[in-house]
Design a protein. Structure first.
Length: 161
């Protein structure tokens, strides 16, 4: 029997739920349409829908130098990489070195406010290609015990530089 896809494991299904619930909490709207009916949909189906939703969604854990904990298919394609190369990487490496202070400032603001909208910044793929993200949303992730467990971001507006 084939092994489970890395993005579909039980812990990633839980993380997908946290991403979706925290987004709803932050912006008072669902991240993906199927999250509106999350009570009836299985965690597995929601995880599949988030992975395939068509726009990049990423998350990292908490801490001083947080590591990426989630990237959906659109994010993996945009960053020109595979799950096993991106997950576990320090999230700061998604931005060029010259852009990391600005990125850190935006994440700090999102942490203080729990969420920000309309973020714009330069990112870099694993192959070194730079791109601009525009109108991004960044939000705090809250676990079931109401503890901060990371941050997530999504955007659908981007272009190569």
């Amino acid at each position: 029997m084939a092994s489970e896809a890395a993005w579909l494991t039980t812990d990633k299904q839980e993380l997908a739920g946290v991403l979706l619930e925290s987004h709803q909490r932050a912006f008072s709207r669902p991240l993906i349409a199927s999250a509106q009916s999350s009570r009836s949909d299985s965690k597995r189906l929601l995880c599949q829908n988030l992975f395939a939703c068509g726009f990049p969604v990423l998350a990292h854990g908490a801490g001083q130098d947080p590591k990426l904990s989630y990237a959906n298919a659109a994010a993996l394609q945009l960053w020109e990489t595979r799950w096993d190369e991106l997950i576990g990487m320090p999230s700061r490496l998604t931005a060029p070195e010259t852009e990391r202070a600005e990125r850190s400032s935006a994440l700090g603001q999102a942490k203080r406010l729990d969420a920000v909208q309309n973020y714009r910044g330069i990112r870099i793929s694993r192959k070194g290609r730079r791109f601009m993200i525009n109108k991004a949303r960044i939000w705090t992730l809250w676990d079931a015990e109401e503890r901060v467990c990371g941050q997530a971001a999504c955007f659908s507006d981007w272009w190569w530089l």
